[in-house]
Design a protein around this ligand. Structure first.
Ligand code: HEM
Length: 404
């Protein structure tokens, strides 16, 4: 009989967010432990269980029970931008795989044509001695800047800040079924980006990278809503609340794991290897919790889920499962990743559309750090601030850095 055991700390506690392995390492060993409970919710955190929940047809994204359907219908009538967004951007049920394939091709084209010259000055700041208090505010907007510039969508600094904040607000409501304040924040976030897109869509020029994809979507019979949300609003929001937020976690990992940093300096060619990128993202990234619910009764490696029962998957837990990785709390560039041991970008039908774009961002970030970051650099750990009481992601909102 497997059971969920009390974690003994809030899932929202910043220390748990920043050091999850310290809280979980004993729990991995107990076969009777299927997961942990915290804040009245249940979380899977072992790799095999999470993989089963992501791949088994009996589990679907979101909540699948009458109370959740009723609440969702109520939200949809009052939070219309959120509803429009969710209906058009793979968020509920199964994604439209034809539309998803088109979005992936568009995002991959942006990845292969992106130039980072306009943001090199941001990384150069790491080479100047002193204390950087607001550095992550700048570095976390780089992916959005690059996306807008490469896609040929005009923006000014005010747009950039508003869009970035809106992308982060949007994700706060993503797994927050019961918290209406977060649902409203999600609605507001989507509204800001939707109206930005509405103002820009008609003026996307024919020679921009995204124009052929918009035309292809129209010719393929996709609706204007599909196009505005899936091709534009979605990726703009996702770029901020994915790699934007992840940049801060990556910076923290590389600054605080000195031997990994030395290896990269001695062998800079490592940054071209996908497994090196995966390993840095395995250590930490923005994805914290994603939920699934059982559409049927299902046995999860010895734990019985009832139809309609929901469960959350704690990604930092599965990424550090010692059954999968020796010394999981250490960076090890010799690790090899494959479809059996890697869920960093999800799995099955909901696999991430931004894998290649993230790899491009990551290579740029690593190259820029190698060029600019000195060995004498520290994160002021006890001044790190992590945003809030919401589930899907955690945002490092403050991370002072001391450059020696
Ligand atoms: C470090 C970078 C990233 C990581 C670790 C990551 C991780 C993930 C994971 C774990 C999922 C699966 C969600 C689920 O199963 O419920 C996912 C889905 C998704 N990601 Fe990413 N992601 C990253 C970057 C991006 C970027 C840059 C974009 C935007 C262009 C993006 C767009 C999406 C979308 C649209 C989905 C939903 C796909 C679907 O449901 O079919 N991601 N991502």
């Amino acid at each position: 009989m497997r059971e969920f055991v009390d974690l003994g700390v809030s899932i929202y506690d910043p220390d748990f967010t920043l050091n999850p392995y310290a809280y979980l390492h004993d729990l991995y060993q107990h076969e009777g432990v299927v997961g942990f409970s915290s804040e009245g919710m249940q979380f899977l955190f072992k790799f095999d269980d999470c993989r089963t929940a992501l791949y088994a047809r009996q589990f679907q994204r979101g909540q699948e029970n009458p109370a959740a359907f009723k609440r969702e219908a109520d939200y949809a009538s009052r939070y219309t931008h959120r509803a429009r967004h969710l209906a058009n951007h793979f968020a509920v049920g199964k994604p439209d795989l034809k539309l998803k394939a088109l979005v992936v091709r568009m995002v991959n084209t942006i990845a292969s044509t992106a130039s980072f010259a306009s943001v090199d000055n941001i990384l150069a700041k790491l080479s100047r001695p002193g204390r950087l208090d607001d550095y992550i505010e700048e570095i976390t907007t780089v992916p959005l800047r690059i996306f807008l510039e490469t896609a040929g969508i005009p923006y000014n600094d005010g747009d950039l800040q508003r869009l970035h904040v809106s992308g982060c607000d949007f994700i706060k409501g993503f797994e927050a079924m019961d918290d209406e304040a977060l649902i409203k924040l999600m609605d507001d976030g989507s509204q800001v980006v939707q109206s930005f897109v509405a103002q820009r869509l008609e003026s996307v020029s024919e020679d921009s990278v995204i124009y052929p994809f918009i035309e292809e979507a129209r010719a393929g019979g996709f609706s204007e809503d599909n196009i505005a949300i899936s091709l534009l609003t979605g990726p703009l929001i996702d770029t901020s609340n994915t790699f934007g937020i992840t940049s801060a976690f990556v910076l923290r990992t590389l600054i605080s794991h000195k031997s990994a940093w030395q290896q990269l300096k001695e062998r800079p060619e490592l940054i071209e290897q996908d497994n090196v990128i995966q390993e840095i993202l395995r250590m930490d990234n923005h994805v914290k919790v994603l939920s699934r619910s059982a559409v049927d009764e299902v046995d999860l490696n010895g734990y019985q889920f009832k139809k309609g029962e929901s469960v959350s998957l704690f990604f930092p837990g599965l990424n550090r499962d010692p059954a999968m990785w020796t010394n999981p709390d250490q960076v090890d560039f010799s690790r090899e990743f494959n479809s059996q041991n890697n869920l960093i970008f999800g799995g099955s039908v909901h696999t991430c559309v931004g894998v290649r774009l993230s790899n491009t961002f990551m290579k740029y970030l690593l190259a820029g750090l190698l060029e600019n970051m000195p060995d004498a650099i520290e994160v002021v750990e006890d001044e790190i601030e992590v945003d809030g009481s919401w589930l899907a992601e955690r945002i490092i909102t403050r991370m002072p850095i001391l450059v020696g």
